[in-house]
Design a protein around this ligand. Structure first.
Ligand code: FAD
Length: 413
């Protein structure tokens, strides 16, 4: 049963919610997680970055995740026409793990929230947050269960980890449009039957459409022999590719020679799903008695698989601040939470911008990259986007501009 008061109320039981819940419950606080769905539930966002492993360890969930025996991942491979480049995360600039996993999120997310529960958090499934009263010491949530019964929950602090639900962004009118162009993703799971010896299951494969460099594909192999496949493109290009989402996805996949070859014997295992308008921004990530985590705040673009990393980073940044605030310290959420979190997001944004205007593609496929530069790029792609010692973090745009220019001249283009 939902008790009427708690120290910390958390909206959403995805990775951000589970990580914050585990950290705070382990620290001895009463934590209530409100989740509108029932787990296990499907979620997109299946390729993690090595930086995630640090965060999972910090909140005590690494062992829970390890028990899932997920597909190991050590890098990202890219293909465009006849070009192929593999980036190995183990050969990177920043300290920290160089490997991670490719996960079926239904299983992964359930393992995390069960781990949070074992740490002492109470988790309520089938409960939606429908209303919110901000207050510096006593914020209040309105809840509705599946029988339509309403409850109120008084907390001392609220963390919104509602992902695409964007609960507090909507209720507190904090939504602000993303500066990124709208894109559509079509995706499914397949029994992949990939036999090609050269195919590396320990890397995500990102393919670029031969004629349109802003359309790209993903192939994320799982340990089970299944894989996640998808395409990201402009909404009108998606519409023009067929009469149904199923046709659209498969027609687009067949236009890329490597994907077409690799997926020749693939058997679909899920209905094709389409989502668009997922890039989102927000005025601010905190207010009286609340802070906003993960996708419920800012979400950029899936190309570098940064979503779960940002979600976990935000949770591990917020949780110790909540503790300090509840112990009576004055916390400047702008300086201690929002600004440093957004710095890492800005690094990813510089990389996303450079991807879509093709500077980054030029850099990735350049075959005479100095080792140190390659390691710095690998670090950011491995999720170490907050490491200010890396010049591609501290001056991302300028460094990407000048490196792309150098690759252009060096390639004799
Ligand atoms: P979520 O995992 O979305 O969890 C939010 C939870 O809140 C949900 O369980 C939801 O049911 C619950 N909720 C919502 N509203 C309410 C409410 N009113 N009351 C109670 N509960 C509520 N990221 C990666 O790291 N790697 C990838 O490869 C990757 N690929 C992607 C591909 C695409 C096409 C897209 C669009 C995104 C991708 N992402 C990827 C991003 C990833 O999906 C998200 O960043 C990640 O799931 C965010 O985690 P979260 O904990 O913030 O939210």
């Amino acid at each position: 049963d939902i008790v009427e008061t708690t120290d910390i109320a958390i909206i959403g039981a995805g990775p951000a919610g589970a990580a914050a819940a585990a950290w705070l419950a382990r620290d001895g606080w009463s934590v209530q997680v409100l989740e509108r769905q029932h787990f296990p539930r499907f979620s997109i966002g299946e390729s993690l970055l090595p930086q995630c492993m640090v965060y999972l360890e910090q909140c005590g969930l690494l062992e829970s995740a390890q028990a899932g025996e997920f597909q190991a991942k050590n890098g990202a491979a890219f293909c465009h026409r006849t070009r192929y480049a593999a980036i190995d995360f183990r050969d990177k600039f920043s300290p920290g793990p160089g490997t991670t996993w490719q996960v079926e999120r239904a299983d992964f997310d359930q393992r995390l929230i069960e781990g949070a529960r074992r740490a002492g958090a109470q988790v309520h499934f089938g409960v939606s947050v429908t209303g919110f009263h901000p207050h510096p010491q006593r914020p209040r949530l309105q809840l509705e269960d599946e029988q339509g019964r309403r409850h109120e929950l008084d907390a001392r602090f609220v963390l919104d980890a509602s992902g695409y639900g964007r609960v507090l962004a909507r209720l507190e009118k904090l939504d602000r449009p993303s500066s990124l162009a709208p894109r559509t993703a079509l995706f499914t799971h397949v029994e992949d039957h990939i036999e090609a010896a050269e195919h590396d299951r320990e890397k995500i494969l990102i393919g670029i459409h031969p004629q349109d460099a802003t359309t790209w594909y993903w192939l994320i192999p799982f340990r089970s022999g299944q894989a996640s496949v998808g395409v990201v493109t402009a909404p009108d290009r998606a519409d023009a590719a067929g009469d149904s989402d199923d046709q659209r996805l498969w027609n687009l996949l067949r236009q890329e020679p490597r994907f077409s070859r690799l997926l020749n014997h693939a058997q679909p295992r899920r209905e094709v799903q389409r989502i668009g308008g997922y890039s989102a921004d927000i005025e601010r990530l905190h207010g009286p008695g609340f802070a906003i985590l993960g996708n419920a705040g800012e979400f950029l673009d899936p190309v570098f698989s940064s979503g779960v990393t940002i979600a976990l980073d935000s949770a591990l940044r917020a949780a110790p601040l909540v503790k300090q605030q509840l112990e009576g310290q004055a916390i400047d959420w702008d300086t201690s939470f929002e600004r440093p979190l957004r710095q890492g997001i800005a690094t990813f944004r510089a990389f996303v911008d450079a991807w879509y205007d093709e500077r980054l593609q030029r850099i990735i496929f350049h075959d005479r990259q100095p080792e140190r530069i390659r390691q710095m790029i690998a670090s950011v792609l491995a999720g170490y986007a907050w490491d200010q010692d890396n010049p591609f973090v501290s001056a991302s745009k300028r460094r990407l501009d000048s490196l792309a220019e150098h690759c252009y001249l060096d390639q004799g283009n």
